[in-house]
Design a protein around this ligand. Structure first.
Ligand code: FES
Length: 484
């Protein structure tokens, strides 16, 4: 009896990145069938995996989650109705397997009786052959195959993952994510960096409508928005109200920068984090009922106490209500003066936006180079966190050319590099000659045509960088830039 594992659970069980798994499939090192891996094939490809504990995966996840400022990995239980439905499904599988075993046992008893019957009136030679056959069957039933214990542990691990999470595939983008704990499908998508269409996020507007193609979902939050009978018959539901019971395929469109309309909301200052005498982060908390919808890399206008300014967002939409803005100390910028002059926790700040199209190509699997000039690190940080959540790109390389403010989040960048195999960080001290620093970077990528480049800095810095990258083989459509 074959047992198949979906790729999302293979990632968790083997403790490897999505990209590493895709590379194994591409290189023919792991056979898949319809997006699934057969259990024995899994054991062949990952013979050294330890089933006692998924400690390595948990360790990496914890570092990654801490680095992202998101919740630490926890075995959060699903909503109780979803949990009941998953346990019911598991119970059915167990009952079917038990019924099958009882059937096999009956067939064996019947075979035993049949052999007795035949033995009575056959020749000594036939009796000997039947005796040998019976001994063969009894011996093999008593002896467990060498891999039995390993297979048992693997199936147990996989079943636990199946109870704790469900896998979602989106059509037509092909993007995938997992739903864990008591998250709705919308919350899980945003946490995974997938920017689905939505509005109110609490069942009032209908903007998060999607269609269930396969699998089972359950409504876990009541909603005021009324779906027509025709929509319900067609499998249409609200992403912000439902969770996945099992692995599902959903038809839902992914939003681009132009699909997100301008919003205005009253946020509260959570904290001000001063990095040094030149740069500080303003951490804001959006109201529970109205989180800011934006894409990583976009910017917002902040207003408070009669002054305002426009800044790149440094956080990622996967951070839910938390919005981080990094602001330089600048006497000509009234909002910056307000921040440095004593904006404090619980003060109100109006947030308006988002603006800009400096966003990630979220379905690209190409390797990515991020180039941050000075405080251009802010939108780059947002993009990196988004790229890490998506886990799509082959590799992520960050080059940070610091200005007088230095590499003010050096430890964070090093933590990313420690946690992720496909992330590298190179801090550069910005020499007077930016061109020679950039030439050194470009020289390290002889195959630049394969990459996407995202750069943020002043218009002059970006112009030099653009010329160098394009003249060294980067296709123009793979160059993305954001000027301070
Ligand atoms: S986002 Fe408004 S109903 Fe779901």
């Amino acid at each position: 009896m074959s047992h198949f594992l979906p790729l999302s659970r293979v990632l968790r069980l083997a403790g490897i990145s999505r990209h590493a798994l895709q590379e194994m499939v591409r290189a023919g090192k792991l056979d898949t069938f319809d997006g699934m891996v057969e259990l024995n094939e899994f054991l062949r490809a990952f013979p050294d995996t330890c089933w006692e504990d998924d400690g390595e995966y948990r360790r990496i996840t914890e570092i990654k989650e801490k680095a992202f400022g998101k919740r630490v990995f926890e075995r959060a239980l699903p909503d109780k109705e979803v949990l009941a439905a998953r346990l019911f499904e598991l119970g059915n599988e167990y009952a079917a397997a038990r019924a099958l075993l009882m059937h096999y046992s009956q067939v064996l008893s019947w075979l035993d009786e049949k052999i007795d019957e035949i033995e009575e009136d056959k020749s000594a030679e036939t009796r000997h052959a039947l005796h040998t056959l019976r001994a063969f069957v009894v011996r093999h039933l008593a002896e467990l195959p060498p891999d039995a214990e390993k297979i048992q542990k693997l199936i147990a691990q996989e079943r636990i993952l199946k109870i704790m999470s469900a896998h979602v595939t989106l059509h037509p983008s092909g993007l995938e994510f997992s739903v864990e704990g008591s998250d709705t499908l919308l919350e899980a998508a945003l946490r995974a960096g997938v920017s689905l269409n939505y509005g109110c996020s609490n069942g009032n507007c209908g903007d998060c409508k999607a269609r269930l193609v396969s699998g089972e979902i359950k409504k876990i939050h009541a909603h005021d928005y009324v779906l027509s009978q025709a929509e319900k018959d067609n499998g249409v539901f609200l992403l912000c109200s439902c969770a996945a019971v099992n692995d599902v395929v959903i038809e839902a469109s992914v939003a681009g920068a132009r699909d997100i309309h301008e919003q205005r909301l009253a946020a509260k200052v959570k904290s001000v984090e001063v990095f040094n005498s030149q740069v500080a982060s303003l951490h804001l908390l959006a109201p529970r009922s109205q989180r800011l919808r934006y894409l990583a890399g976009q910017s917002v206008r902040l207003s408070a106490q009669g002054v305002s300014g426009r800044y790149a967002i440094a956080s990622c939409p996967c951070e839910e209500r938390h919005i981080e803005i990094q602001i330089s100390r600048n006497a000509d910028d009234a909002f910056s003066e307000l921040l440095w002059g004593g904006l404090k926790a619980h003060d109100s700040v109006e947030v308006q936006g988002p603006y800009g199209e400096f966003v990630l190509e979220d379905t690209s699997t190409r390797p990515v180079i991020f180039v941050a000039f000075g405080k251009g690190f802010s939108p780059i940080k947002s993009l990196i966190q988004h790229a890490m959540s998506l886990d799509q790109a082959e590799s992520l390389d960050l080059h940070w050319l610091a200005d007088g403010a230095g590499h003010y989040q050096n430890n964070l960048c090093r933590a990313w590099a420690d946690a992720l195999d496909n992330f590298s960080y190179v801090p550069h001290t910005q020499a007077a000659d930016v061109e020679s620093t950039l030439a050194g970077i470009v020289g390290d990528y002889p195959d630049l045509h394969r990459f996407d480049v995202y750069a943020a800095g002043t218009p002059a810095q970006l112009q030099i960088a653009r010329l160098l990258f394009l003249s060294s083989g980067l296709p123009v459509q793979h160059w993305h830039a954001d000027a301070d």
